[in-house]
Design a protein around this ligand. Sequence first.
Ligand SMILES: Nc1ncnc2c1ncn2[C@@H]1O[C@H](COP(=O)(O)OP(=O)(O)O)[C@@H](O)[C@H]1O
Ligand SMILES: [Mg+2]
Length: 287
Amino acid sequence: MGETGCGKSVTAHSVMGLIPVPPGRIVGGTVTFGKHGNLLDLKEEEMQKLRGKEMSMIFQDPMSSLNPVFTAGFQVEEAIVTHDRHISKKDLLSRVVGLFKKVNISDPEKSVHSYPHMLSGGMKQRVMIAMGLSCGPKLIIADEPTTALDVSIQAQILTLLKKLQKEEGSSVLLISHDLGVIAAMAKNVAVMYAGSIVEYAPVSDLFQQPMHPYTKGLLGAIPRLDRDIERLAVIPGTLPNLFDLPEGCKFRERCSEALEICASVRPRLIEIEPGHEVACHACARDR
Ligand SMILES: Nc1ncnc2c1ncn2[C@@H]1O[C@H](COP(=O)(O)OP(=O)(O)O)[C@@H](O)[C@H]1O
Ligand SMILES: [Mg+2]
């Protein structure tokens, strides 16, 4: 989770090997995925075999992620054929209809022949989810799958994702800027700020006992039903320019708890309590 522009999508694209090079460049770190080891060491052909089949991504905007000149069914078929070249036409169609049923698309036999403009936003997102599921991946990255949808449709899509995750046994990496969505969906949460993870914790720990000043600020900025608060807290200042990051802690300028060391040394994630990691000098000192 993290506010718009903090680098959530870029991080997800890096995991999938979808950063356009140039100008994109992965300059450090590792992406470890099951038995495949560090994905950054794989060749593009090897990554192609993983994408779709082992890991898939549901993109942020279903309106622009589907190709308007092909039917919804064809676009899901394409994803399947990429990994299963010998599947018969009949099997292919029945597999797509089955997937459309699974994601609760109304009238699946007919909808496979519909073009994207004939489907509502919620149905388009279901097509994207069907595409993501089509090869039974172990990891599904859902990048703000509900941000472009109405609130009532949002709830349906999230319920669907949760149900599919249980049924299929896939892991879901859900990207969101919506704290309500995160509280309802996540088991573990990584909070991002200006391109890095600043806090990582089980969801209940994070909401009950946030440690990083940024996370505290985020949680303080939303209204709560269980407490009387006169004014909501505001995080002063704005995000730093990602192309010209300050030395030391990237949150320092906006932080009320900043120490001297924060100006020069970038804090690293450290486990402060079991399972609860924070990148903050002040939090580390207080323990
Ligand atoms: N790790 C990074 N290194 C360099 N630039 C980054 C990084 N992460 C994000 N950016 C820049 O910030 C922009 C917004 O990032 P994005 O991932 O789209 O944000 P979000 O999905 O959180 O709204 C990107 O287009 C890129 O220019
Ligand atoms: Mg994004």
